[in-house]
Design a protein around this ligand. Structure first.
Ligand SMILES: CSCCC(=O)C(=O)COP(=O)(O)O
Ligand SMILES: [Mg+2]
Length: 229
Protein backbone atom coordinates (compact mmCIF):
# COMPACT_ATOMS: atom_id res chain seq x y z
CA UNK A 1 0.00 0.00 0.00
CA UNK A 2 1.38 3.40 -0.98
CA UNK A 3 1.57 5.84 1.93
CA UNK A 4 4.42 8.10 0.81
CA UNK A 5 4.75 9.75 -2.60
CA UNK A 6 7.87 11.58 -3.73
CA UNK A 7 7.76 13.66 -6.88
CA UNK A 8 10.32 15.20 -9.18
CA UNK A 9 9.53 18.71 -10.49
CA UNK A 10 10.92 19.40 -13.99
CA UNK A 11 9.06 17.27 -16.53
CA UNK A 12 6.88 15.72 -13.83
CA UNK A 13 4.79 18.27 -11.90
CA UNK A 14 5.99 21.17 -14.03
CA UNK A 15 7.04 21.81 -17.59
CA UNK A 16 10.62 21.51 -18.78
CA UNK A 17 10.01 24.68 -20.82
CA UNK A 18 9.21 26.70 -17.68
CA UNK A 19 12.52 25.68 -16.08
CA UNK A 20 14.59 26.17 -19.25
CA UNK A 21 12.97 29.23 -20.82
CA UNK A 22 11.85 31.16 -17.73
CA UNK A 23 13.81 30.15 -14.61
CA UNK A 24 17.28 29.44 -16.01
CA UNK A 25 17.47 32.57 -18.23
CA UNK A 26 16.16 34.73 -15.38
CA UNK A 27 19.03 33.64 -13.13
CA UNK A 28 21.59 33.75 -15.94
CA UNK A 29 20.75 37.37 -16.74
CA UNK A 30 21.12 38.45 -13.11
CA UNK A 31 23.87 36.25 -11.67
CA UNK A 32 26.75 38.63 -12.41
CA UNK A 33 25.12 41.62 -10.75
CA UNK A 34 23.79 39.43 -7.92
CA UNK A 35 27.21 38.02 -7.01
CA UNK A 36 28.92 41.42 -7.23
CA UNK A 37 26.25 43.05 -5.07
CA UNK A 38 25.92 40.29 -2.45
CA UNK A 39 29.38 38.69 -2.35
CA UNK A 40 29.72 39.59 1.37
CA UNK A 41 26.37 38.03 2.29
CA UNK A 42 27.02 34.83 4.30
CA UNK A 43 24.86 32.59 2.11
CA UNK A 44 26.35 33.96 -1.11
CA UNK A 45 29.93 33.87 0.20
CA UNK A 46 29.40 30.20 1.15
CA UNK A 47 28.37 29.38 -2.43
CA UNK A 48 31.32 31.31 -3.90
CA UNK A 49 33.63 29.20 -1.73
CA UNK A 50 31.75 26.04 -2.75
CA UNK A 51 32.39 26.85 -6.44
CA UNK A 52 36.12 27.24 -5.74
CA UNK A 53 36.11 23.99 -3.79
CA UNK A 54 34.30 22.16 -6.57
CA UNK A 55 36.86 23.51 -9.11
CA UNK A 56 39.71 22.72 -6.66
CA UNK A 57 40.99 26.23 -7.25
CA UNK A 58 41.11 28.62 -4.31
CA UNK A 59 42.74 31.31 -6.47
CA UNK A 60 39.62 31.94 -8.56
CA UNK A 61 38.58 35.58 -8.77
CA UNK A 62 34.93 36.57 -8.53
CA UNK A 63 34.88 36.93 -12.34
CA UNK A 64 36.25 33.37 -12.65
CA UNK A 65 33.54 32.11 -10.32
CA UNK A 66 30.84 33.93 -12.31
CA UNK A 67 32.18 32.50 -15.59
CA UNK A 68 32.12 29.00 -14.09
CA UNK A 69 28.54 29.44 -12.86
CA UNK A 70 27.40 30.65 -16.29
CA UNK A 71 29.05 27.65 -17.92
CA UNK A 72 27.18 25.38 -15.48
CA UNK A 73 23.88 27.16 -16.26
CA UNK A 74 24.45 26.74 -20.00
CA UNK A 75 25.18 23.04 -19.59
CA UNK A 76 22.44 22.42 -16.99
CA UNK A 77 24.99 21.12 -14.49
CA UNK A 78 23.25 20.17 -11.24
CA UNK A 79 25.95 21.72 -9.04
CA UNK A 80 24.62 22.43 -5.52
CA UNK A 81 26.25 25.90 -5.26
CA UNK A 82 24.65 26.98 -8.56
CA UNK A 83 21.31 25.55 -7.48
CA UNK A 84 21.42 27.50 -4.20
CA UNK A 85 22.31 30.75 -5.98
CA UNK A 86 19.58 30.24 -8.58
CA UNK A 87 17.09 29.81 -5.72
CA UNK A 88 18.21 33.09 -4.14
CA UNK A 89 17.81 34.94 -7.46
CA UNK A 90 14.45 33.34 -8.25
CA UNK A 91 13.15 34.44 -4.84
CA UNK A 92 13.33 38.02 -6.08
CA UNK A 93 11.52 37.10 -9.31
CA UNK A 94 8.70 35.27 -7.55
CA UNK A 95 8.28 38.03 -4.94
CA UNK A 96 8.23 40.73 -7.64
CA UNK A 97 5.61 38.77 -9.59
CA UNK A 98 7.94 38.44 -12.60
CA UNK A 99 6.66 34.84 -13.02
CA UNK A 100 4.66 32.17 -11.18
CA UNK A 101 5.69 28.56 -10.59
CA UNK A 102 4.38 26.40 -13.41
CA UNK A 103 2.41 23.32 -12.43
CA UNK A 104 0.34 21.08 -14.70
CA UNK A 105 -3.35 21.13 -13.72
CA UNK A 106 -3.39 17.31 -13.51
CA UNK A 107 -0.48 17.43 -11.03
CA UNK A 108 -2.20 20.11 -8.95
CA UNK A 109 -5.46 18.13 -8.85
CA UNK A 110 -3.89 14.78 -7.99
CA UNK A 111 -1.51 16.17 -5.36
CA UNK A 112 -4.48 17.91 -3.73
CA UNK A 113 -6.49 14.67 -3.83
CA UNK A 114 -3.64 12.62 -2.34
CA UNK A 115 -3.11 15.19 0.41
CA UNK A 116 -6.82 15.04 1.31
CA UNK A 117 -6.57 11.22 1.43
CA UNK A 118 -3.74 11.47 3.97
CA UNK A 119 -0.84 10.55 1.69
CA UNK A 120 2.54 11.88 2.80
CA UNK A 121 3.86 13.99 -0.06
CA UNK A 122 7.48 14.93 -0.73
CA UNK A 123 9.50 16.64 -3.43
CA UNK A 124 12.91 15.51 -4.67
CA UNK A 125 14.51 17.86 -7.18
CA UNK A 126 17.97 19.01 -8.20
CA UNK A 127 16.71 22.53 -7.53
CA UNK A 128 17.52 23.64 -3.97
CA UNK A 129 14.93 23.07 -1.24
CA UNK A 130 14.44 26.85 -1.16
CA UNK A 131 13.79 26.89 -4.93
CA UNK A 132 11.32 24.01 -4.60
CA UNK A 133 9.38 25.78 -1.84
CA UNK A 134 9.27 28.98 -3.90
CA UNK A 135 7.85 27.20 -6.95
CA UNK A 136 5.01 25.73 -4.90
CA UNK A 137 4.45 28.84 -2.77
CA UNK A 138 4.11 31.07 -5.84
CA UNK A 139 2.46 28.48 -8.10
CA UNK A 140 -0.14 29.25 -10.75
CA UNK A 141 -2.64 27.56 -8.37
CA UNK A 142 -1.66 29.63 -5.35
CA UNK A 143 0.38 28.61 -2.30
CA UNK A 144 0.61 24.80 -2.32
CA UNK A 145 3.37 24.38 0.25
CA UNK A 146 0.90 22.97 2.80
CA UNK A 147 0.45 19.91 0.57
CA UNK A 148 3.98 18.70 1.25
CA UNK A 149 5.52 16.99 4.25
CA UNK A 150 9.09 17.59 3.14
CA UNK A 151 11.56 18.48 0.42
CA UNK A 152 14.82 16.83 -0.69
CA UNK A 153 17.55 18.25 -2.90
CA UNK A 154 21.00 17.01 -3.90
CA UNK A 155 22.22 17.34 -0.31
CA UNK A 156 20.95 13.71 -0.05
CA UNK A 157 22.90 12.83 -3.22
CA UNK A 158 22.41 12.96 -6.97
CA UNK A 159 19.16 11.85 -8.46
CA UNK A 160 20.65 9.09 -10.59
CA UNK A 161 22.29 7.30 -7.63
CA UNK A 162 20.52 4.62 -5.59
CA UNK A 163 22.24 5.84 -2.41
CA UNK A 164 20.28 9.10 -2.60
CA UNK A 165 16.98 7.24 -2.40
CA UNK A 166 18.34 5.10 0.46
CA UNK A 167 19.19 8.35 2.28
CA UNK A 168 15.67 9.65 1.66
CA UNK A 169 14.22 6.33 2.85
CA UNK A 170 16.11 6.65 6.15
CA UNK A 171 14.28 9.88 6.89
CA UNK A 172 10.83 8.41 6.07
CA UNK A 173 9.29 6.28 8.81
CA UNK A 174 7.92 3.60 6.47
CA UNK A 175 8.98 0.53 4.49
CA UNK A 176 10.42 1.25 1.03
CA UNK A 177 7.60 -0.79 -0.55
CA UNK A 178 5.12 1.85 0.65
CA UNK A 179 6.93 4.62 -1.24
CA UNK A 180 6.18 5.75 -4.79
CA UNK A 181 8.65 7.92 -6.72
CA UNK A 182 7.51 9.87 -9.78
CA UNK A 183 9.87 11.22 -12.45
CA UNK A 184 10.24 11.72 -16.19
CA UNK A 185 13.88 10.54 -16.18
CA UNK A 186 14.40 6.80 -16.48
CA UNK A 187 17.82 6.85 -14.80
CA UNK A 188 16.29 8.45 -11.70
CA UNK A 189 13.60 5.76 -11.65
CA UNK A 190 16.24 3.02 -12.06
CA UNK A 191 18.05 4.39 -9.01
CA UNK A 192 14.88 4.71 -6.92
CA UNK A 193 13.84 1.17 -7.86
CA UNK A 194 17.24 -0.13 -6.72
CA UNK A 195 16.50 1.43 -3.32
CA UNK A 196 13.25 -0.57 -3.18
CA UNK A 197 10.79 2.20 -4.07
CA UNK A 198 7.86 1.78 -6.43
CA UNK A 199 8.33 3.99 -9.46
CA UNK A 200 6.22 5.49 -12.23
CA UNK A 201 7.50 7.38 -15.24
CA UNK A 202 5.75 10.52 -16.46
CA UNK A 203 5.86 10.51 -20.26
CA UNK A 204 4.24 13.82 -21.09
CA UNK A 205 5.66 14.08 -24.62
CA UNK A 206 7.96 12.55 -27.22
CA UNK A 207 11.09 14.12 -25.75
CA UNK A 208 11.07 11.60 -22.88
CA UNK A 209 13.29 8.53 -23.15
CA UNK A 210 10.99 5.75 -22.01
CA UNK A 211 12.46 3.20 -19.60
CA UNK A 212 11.40 -0.24 -18.42
CA UNK A 213 9.11 1.08 -15.70
CA UNK A 214 5.35 1.54 -15.65
CA UNK A 215 4.46 4.88 -17.21
CA UNK A 216 1.60 7.35 -17.46
CA UNK A 217 1.00 10.42 -19.60
CA UNK A 218 -0.04 12.60 -16.69
CA UNK A 219 -1.10 12.49 -13.03
CA UNK A 220 -4.78 11.87 -13.83
CA UNK A 221 -3.81 8.34 -14.97
CA UNK A 222 -2.18 7.44 -11.65
CA UNK A 223 -4.18 5.07 -9.43
CA UNK A 224 -2.09 4.38 -6.34
CA UNK A 225 -4.47 1.61 -5.18
CA UNK A 226 -3.25 -0.44 -8.17
CA UNK A 227 0.45 -0.05 -7.38
CA UNK A 228 1.97 -2.90 -5.43
CA UNK A 229 5.35 -4.59 -5.29
C1 LIG B 1 13.04 23.71 -8.05
S1 LIG B 1 12.56 24.31 -9.59
C2 LIG B 1 14.02 24.37 -10.53
C3 LIG B 1 14.44 23.03 -10.95
C4 LIG B 1 15.89 22.97 -11.26
O1 LIG B 1 16.65 23.86 -10.95
C5 LIG B 1 16.37 21.82 -11.91
O2 LIG B 1 17.56 21.70 -12.13
C6 LIG B 1 15.42 20.73 -12.30
O3 LIG B 1 15.70 19.63 -11.59
P1 LIG B 1 14.70 18.38 -11.46
O4 LIG B 1 15.44 17.48 -10.57
O5 LIG B 1 13.41 18.86 -10.88
O6 LIG B 1 14.53 17.78 -12.81
MG1 LIG C 1 12.54 15.68 -14.11
Amino acid sequence: MITHIITDIEGTTSSIAFVHTVLFPYARKRITHFLKAYREDVLVAEQINAVKLSCRNNEMTLDDVIAQLIEWIDNDVKEPSLKKLQGLIWQYGYEQGDFKGHLYRDAYQKLTEWNAQGQHLFVYSSGSVQAQKLLFKYSEFGDLTALFNGYFDTSVGHKREAGSYQNIHQSLACPAENVLFLSDIKEELDAAKMAGFNVLQLVRDDSVTVGAHPCVEDFSQIDISRICE
